[in-house]
Design a protein around this ligand. Structure first.
Ligand code: SAH
Length: 223
């Protein structure tokens, strides 16, 4: 991947990025591929210039339209969960947002399909992913509550927005042994769930990872 250096921020960020990696390891993230992906993905380019200097803090940050770029710890935790039962080839992401989580996935799996309901966010994300030279990504402006049926089934699905109740369509688009990593629940009571299809059956196993705070999964699209 090309090294991106925007007005010196890239230089500062190499050191600060390393500090972030140490912090993630302290918090229990141990998958080296995931840590490497975070180390090698500049987070500052996914933020507006005014916030870029805070890119390597372990905190969520606003990206406009009342949406947020997830905290690095959460990105790491979800990605680690997604890969915990082995490598995944085709992955669907619901909620492209800034495209940061998308970029992390691009460096870890063969093909990333990512859907976003707010068009201007999707367009910015597309530019950034192009800047980083990720060619294994397919973006679509749509309501991700329905997944992306034509491209399914997926080996894994990751949602970065929280439905109050799990959408049936996402479970249906999981292939054999497919895994869904998703925050579920009403505002203030969300938990991060890891749901696995058992073989090619219609049985699913759910593991609750931790309490989380995500923006809600909202139906419909914005142009
Ligand atoms: N992964 C993103 C997180 C963005 S916040 C990042 O790293 O920046 C969650 C995103 O989910 C928002 O951009 C929001 O617009 C989007 N979203 C919410 N409901 C959605 C839906 N039904 N379909 C697609 N995207 C949705």
């Amino acid at each position: 991947m090309a090294e991106v250096n925007l007005d010196g921020i890239g230089m500062t960020s190499r050191r600060t990025r390393e500090r972030l990696i140490e912090r993630l390891m302290d918090q229990g993230i141990s998958n080296f591929r995931v840590l490497d992906a975070i180390r090698n993905t500049p987070r500052h380019i996914f933020l507006d210039e005014a916030l870029a200097h805070r890119a390597y803090e372990d905190t969520s940050l606003p990206i406009g339209y009342s949406q947020t770029l997830s905290q690095p710890y959460i990105v790491a935790r979800m990605t680690e969960a997604l890969l915990s039962l082995g490598p995944r080839k085709r992955v669907l992401e619901v909620g492209t947002g800034s495209g940061y989580q998308t970029a992390i996935l691009c460096s870890l799996v063969e093909q990333v399909y990512s859907v976003e309901r707010i068009r201007p966010l999707q367009e910015k994300a597309r530019e950034r992913l192009r800047l980083l030279n990720h060619r294994n990504v397919f973006l679509r402006h749509t309501d991700g509550t329905m997944g992306w049926k034509e491209k399914g089934p997926f080996d894994a699905i990751l949602s970065t927005a929280a439905p109050a109740v799990l959408p049936r369509e996402l479970l249906e688009q999981l292939g054999p042994n497919g895994m869904l990593v998703i925050p579920v629940g009403p505002d203030g009571q969300q938990e991060l769930q890891m749901i696995t299809r058992e073989g090619d059956s219609d049985q699913f196993t759910t593991l609750v990872l931790e309490k989380v705070r995500f923006v809600p999964l909202v139906s419909g699209t914005i142009r």
